[in-house]
Design a protein around this ligand. Structure first.
Ligand SMILES: [Ca+2]
Length: 104
């Protein structure tokens, strides 16, 4: 088994034009965290999940009442990450997020 730890989520630019994003993290298809995020804000979910082989991480944003927009999704191997590994980056013309994590 391997473990993924999500250390922090950094919002460089929210997807919502007005107000804060309702940012959500999914691991293996299950929501594990949510937070309100504005420009330049960093939150620390500091959550861990065990997995084998690969783990699917997805960042979403509540976009209207019953509609979640996927901002980015990544399939990560169980290989331990190096010190200071690069964050997962979700970016488009409308938003920019970084997700800092470790696998060990
Ligand atoms: Ca929203």
């Amino acid at each position: 088994m391997a473990t993924i730890r999500i250390d922090s989520v950094r919002c460089l630019r929210p997807q919502d034009v007005v107000g804060e994003d309702e940012t959500k993290l999914y691991i293996q298809g299950l929501q594990v965290w949510d937070g309100k995020m504005g420009r330049g804000e960093t939150l620390n979910p500091n959550l861990t999940r065990q997995f084998s082989n690969t783990v699917l991480v997805e960042l979403k944003e509540q976009n209207g009442n019953n509609n979640e927009k996927s901002l980015g999704r990544w399939t990560l191997p169980s290989t331990p990450t190096a010190n200071g590994n690069a964050p997962l980056t979700a970016t488009s013309s409308g938003y920019h997020y970084e997700v800092y994590y470790d696998v060990f």
